[in-house]
Design a protein around this ligand. Structure first.
Ligand SMILES: [Mg+2]
Length: 273
């Protein structure tokens, strides 16, 4: 009897291991984005990291407003002391949480497409990044304009504002602007244009391109050098949120034309052991 139970239990265990780990080949069956999406959706650590970041940003905003010479963008080169203060923020994974969209791609082995993304934006179902509501409302109370530079299409700007309203972010057009994607995804030109009208005191984002111009296909090591070159700005004028699920950091690791199998092989080859 005891042996029979043991055998059944062992069979079940083997079946489970086979499904999870692919017993026959030794290859584990999983999805590259599974842990990243679950970290955002289930972990206390993600909540803590974002709340921590936005609480620190609030302190930096107070310092910035008290110092008329304080500016954040590399593009703001002239005197800006007399201009009204503004904060420039990214939208996705900076204030809006689109992990449900990423979760769907992960669960279905789907690929990102502009059509699917725009449809998601129009659903106005994105959640909010922890800490973002308090920070944004605090900034508006202090008389700061919120300028959202996003690579969402201009056609979903209105839906984006509706989504802001649903999650408690400020959405009064007199104090909040959403500046969508132009011909180029690089945000430097849009930042520069806003520098003519505002003293931009903080940049807030989840991608390196939210802070400085990054040429396309810049290798990972050079991206780190670009970030290190501005070491004094991080945590002061530049506020970075975590996003382990997507971004140029991941795109540039592999040849975009390669097959999924080849990309996976390239990624394993990059592991430092
Ligand atoms: Mg983003």
């Amino acid at each position: 009897m005891a042996v029979s139970i043991f055998v059944k239990s062992a069979r079940r265990t083997c079946a489970l291991v086979f499904v999870l780990a692919g017993c026959a080949s030794g290859t584990r069956v999983t999805h590259e984005n599974l842990n990243g999406v679950l970290w955002i959706q289930t972990s206390a650590e993600y909540y803590a990291a974002c709340t921590n970041t936005y609480a620190a940003a609030r302190g930096q905003l107070d310092r910035a407003l008290a110092d008329p010479a304080w500016t954040a963008p590399l593009e703001q080169t002239g005197g800006a002391a007399t201009l009204p203060p503004a904060v420039v923020l990214d939208v996705d994974e900076t204030v809006l949480d689109n992990s449900a969209f990423q979760a769907n791609l992960t669960a279905t082995n789907g690929n990102w497409s502009r059509e699917a993304w725009n449809a998601w934006c129009r659903e106005e179902r994105a959640g909010v990044v922890p800490g973002a509501v308090d920070f944004c409302n605090y900034a508006v109370e202090k008389g700061v304009t919120l300028l959202f530079i996003t690579n969402r299409d201009a056609q979903v700007a209105e839906a984006t504002m509706h989504n802001f309203a649903k999650v408690g972010l400020p959405f009064d057009p007199a104090r909040v602007q959403v500046i969508g994607k132009t011909a180029e995804s690089d945000k430097a030109a849009r930042r520069k244009a806003l520098c003519e009208k505002y003293r931009i005191v903080l940049l807030v984002g989840d991608q390196l391109g939210d802070f400085l111009s990054v040429p396309k296909e810049t290798p990972a090591a050079d991206r780190i050098l670009l970030a290190k070159r501005e070491a004094e700005r991080w945590g002061r004028q530049w506020i970075a949120l975590p996003n382990p699920t997507y971004g140029d950091w991941e795109h540039i690791l592999t040849d975009s034309k390669a097959s999924d199998e080849e990309k996976l092989k390239e990624k394993f080859g990059l592991l430092k052991r």
